[in-house]
Design a protein around this ligand. Structure first.
Ligand code: HEM
Ligand code: HEM
Length: 178
């Protein structure tokens, strides 16, 4: 790349498809959480139904995102100490894994509880296991007491790191995903 080109293209941006996957995943996570928050505060079953439907949508979205990620060429890491790069990659990997494990735990909690899952009236995931209260309880615990706190912790670390790059390092890292 010559001097002029390197000046006009200084940013190693993520490809458009990765940026769309990133922000829609974040939005789906926010909506799924907000619906659970509404359900907790109103007890209206409409919200738990929508929580499940959006959660399943996030599962499909994340599976598509992982497939896309296998084919997309990631931009080279932004300049940073090696240990930060390793922690960033581990955090990203954890977020992928958690956002897939969370809806699966929710789905298993429902079907082991003997409840089919309706997805926006478009299709229904039948009870494909033999209902088992003990297992329903276990997946409920994973969903609410283990995976959810981990999602909160890793997302908080991820956003704090982004803010650190934006306001302290001022290295325009955020533009890579925007
Ligand atoms: C990534 C997607 C998902 C996220 C982030 C998520 C998040 C949550 C959160 C934060 C809670 C509340 C825990 C509490 O009130 O203490 C919850 C509860 C619940 N979720 Fe999800 N969820 C997701 C997907 C699903 C799916 C796909 C299903 C079912 C198909 C589901 C079914 C439920 C149920 C039934 C509860 C209530 C559990 C109870 O009241 O004991 N969730 N979820
Ligand atoms: C205000 C919210 C957010 C900001 C500012 C933000 C910022 C960023 C930035 C700048 C990158 C690119 C890092 C790089 O190129 O080195 C990135 C990647 C990533 N973000 Fe976020 N993010 C946010 C929310 C989220 C949420 C809610 C999740 C999921 C829970 C998430 C998951 C990821 C993942 C998995 C990657 C890595 C992409 C890959 O390697 O394929 N982000 N984010």
């Amino acid at each position: 790349m010559n001097q002029v080109q390197s000046r006009v293209a200084p940013l190693n941006k993520w490809p458009m498809i990765s940026r769309v996957f990133h922000w829609i995943s974040a939005l789906l996570l926010l909506v799924t959480w907000a619906l659970m928050f509404l359900y907790d505060n109103t007890d209206d079953s409409l919200y738990i139904g929508l929580h499940k439907a959006f959660g399943i949508s996030l599962l499909f979205w994340m599976l598509a995102r992982v497939i896309s990620r296998l084919f997309v060429k990631a931009p080279p890491s932004a300049p940073m100490p090696k240990w930060q790069d390793i922690i960033a990659k581990l955090t990203h990997f954890a977020l992928y894994a958690l956002l897939i494990a969370m809806p699966i735990a929710g789905l298993l909690m429902s079907v082991y509880g003997g409840r089919a899952v309706d997805v926006f009236g478009l299709f229904e995931i039948q009870v494909f296991v033999t209902p088992d209260r003990g297992l329903a309880r276990t997946f409920n615990d994973w969903h609410t007491d283990i995976i959810w706190p981990l999602i909160l912790a890793f997302t908080a670390a991820h956003i704090l790191a982004a803010l650190y790059h934006q306001f302290i390092k001022k290295d325009k890292l955020m533009k890579r995903i925007w």
